[in-house]
Design a protein around this ligand. Structure first.
Ligand code: C5P
Length: 247
């Protein structure tokens, strides 16, 4: 499929704009709209390890669409517009900030390896970290003054990123708790509209968040791929099925 009816007009897919780790993004005949295609791909170590995993694109797309719709219902402004197929969607074209915002509720991953924190230790207050988006530099940690000096975002934008991430965290914690899932940590990306508004962007899936089954303690996210501890799609399917039951 290379065109779709959206808001009483036809949107047609254009050229490939870029290929990310698990997605392709195409232009459309509307300069304000992009066409995203989710790939059956998993990566670890910032793309150094790559594998094709059948069905993963559909799962990521379904979970992401469900979470964006849930956040839209909770007044969180975001880039998601419309579902095209099981793997494709329309999004608003944004000027993406070169910053990843990581929120941590419990110690895991790099927070444990960097600070020798006790795994799964509850973090009070929650931890928020910024990383500079650069594959070549392995997404280094970046602080506020570095972001301001390099003009990657304004002070107001940093305040918004923190505030939005805190609110999104509360909504996601609530939702996952109803699905008997604990939200450990997650990464968000944001972009600017032409008017300078900040919108939540990228993807919301177990590729970008750590999720633990409260009943069993099992990982339901990309850690399963990172640690070679099983088939990631089993956990992703579980997340999707549980969310579909409550949303
Ligand atoms: O690796 P680390 O512990 O810093 O990751 C924190 C959270 O951010 C995890 O949920 C991870 O999946 C996510 N993350 C991401 N993309 C990155 C870095 C981290 O989605 N480039």
């Amino acid at each position: 499929m290379d065109s779709i009816e959206y808001e009483k007009r036809t949107i047609t897919r254009g050229a490939l704009k870029y290929t990310g780790k698990a997605k392709q993004v195409y232009t459309t005949d509307d300069p304000d709209i992009l066409w995203v295609h989710y790939l059956d791909q998993a990566t670890a170590l910032n793309g150094k390890v790559k594998e094709t995993i059948s069905g993963k694109g559909e799962l990521n797309s379904a979970i992401s669409q469900l979470l964006f719709n849930y956040l839209t219902g909770n007044n969180i402004k975001n880039h998601y517009l419309h579902s095209i197929s099981k793997t494709d969607e329309l999004i608003t074209s944004l000027d993406i900030l070169p910053i990843e915002v990581v929120t941590r509720n419990y110690a895991s991953g790099h927070f444990v390896s960097k600070f020798a924190a006790t795994p799964m230790q509850k973090l009070t207050p929650i931890v928020q970290e910024f990383y500079y988006k650069s594959d070549a530099l392995d997404d280094p940690f970046i602080n506020d003054s570095q972001i301001l000096a390099l003009n990657y975002a304004t002070n107001d934008e940093l305040t918004k990123l923190r505030a939005e991430s805190t609110i999104i965290n509360r909504h996601l914690i609530d939702l996952f708790r109803q699905a008997n899932i604990q939200l450990i940590d997650f990464k968000l990306e944001f972009g600017r509209t032409k008017n300078g508004d900040i919108l939540l962007a990228d993807e919301l899936s177990p590729d970008n968040m750590r999720l633990v089954d409260i009943a069993t303690g099992n990982s339901l996210d990309k850690d399963v791929f990172r640690k070679h501890s099983g088939d990631v799609t089993v956990g992703y399917q579980e997340v999707l099925t549980r969310l579909q039951q409550i949303i």
